[in-house]
Design a protein around this ligand. Structure first.
Ligand code: ATP
Length: 137
């Protein structure tokens, strides 16, 4: 069965949005197979966002994602990678449809509440970066 990596970012944790985000994926019918609250190191954050390292917003992105705890999750289900991206909504919350997490809970692109893997390869890479095999059920 397919698995994906989802993370509530520091803005979402601070605004007490872990529960609504969890509910969204549970209500859709996906299964939570791993979860933990963690403080990312600079090195861990840079590894996670390596594909963006040449982008002008990279330093701000690293500062933001290490500014407070994140809630890392592994979700399982049929087509969960693409379906999770639909539930999350477009990167810019102003363009995200109502009913999506970003559409309902965020305004700024740099504080868009949640991250979700965008492909099978990213999901595998990110799950391995955040979870030991023994932490997944
Ligand atoms: P994520 O990878 O967090 O799920 P995404 O796949 O929708 O988001 P990406 O293009 O991979 O979007 O960008 C990664 C993250 O970098 C975005 O979620 C956002 O927080 C931040 N970001 C992207 N573009 C910008 C920008 N132009 N200015 C500021 N932050 C940005």
């Amino acid at each position: 069965m397919q698995r994906t990596f989802i993370m509530v970012k520091p803005d979402g944790v601070e605004r007490q949005l872990i529960a609504p985000v969890l509910a969204k994926f549970q209500q859709k019918g996906f299964t939570l197979v791993g979860a933990k609250l963690m403080q990312l190191s600079k090195e861990h954050a840079e590894a996670h966002y390596a594909e963006h390292k040449e982008r002008p917003f990279f330093p701000d992105l690293i500062e933001f994602i290490t500014s407070g705890p994140v809630f890392a999750m592994a979700w399982e289900g049929d087509g969960v990678i693409d379906e999770a991206r639909k539930l999350i909504g477009k990167t810019d919350p102003k363009e995200a449809a109502p009913g999506t997490i970003r559409g309902d809970f965020a305004i700024e692109k740099s504080k868009n509440i949640v991250h979700g893997s965008d492909s099978i390869e990213s999901a595998e890479r990110e799950l391995a970066l955040f979870f030991e095999q023994s932490e997944l059920v």
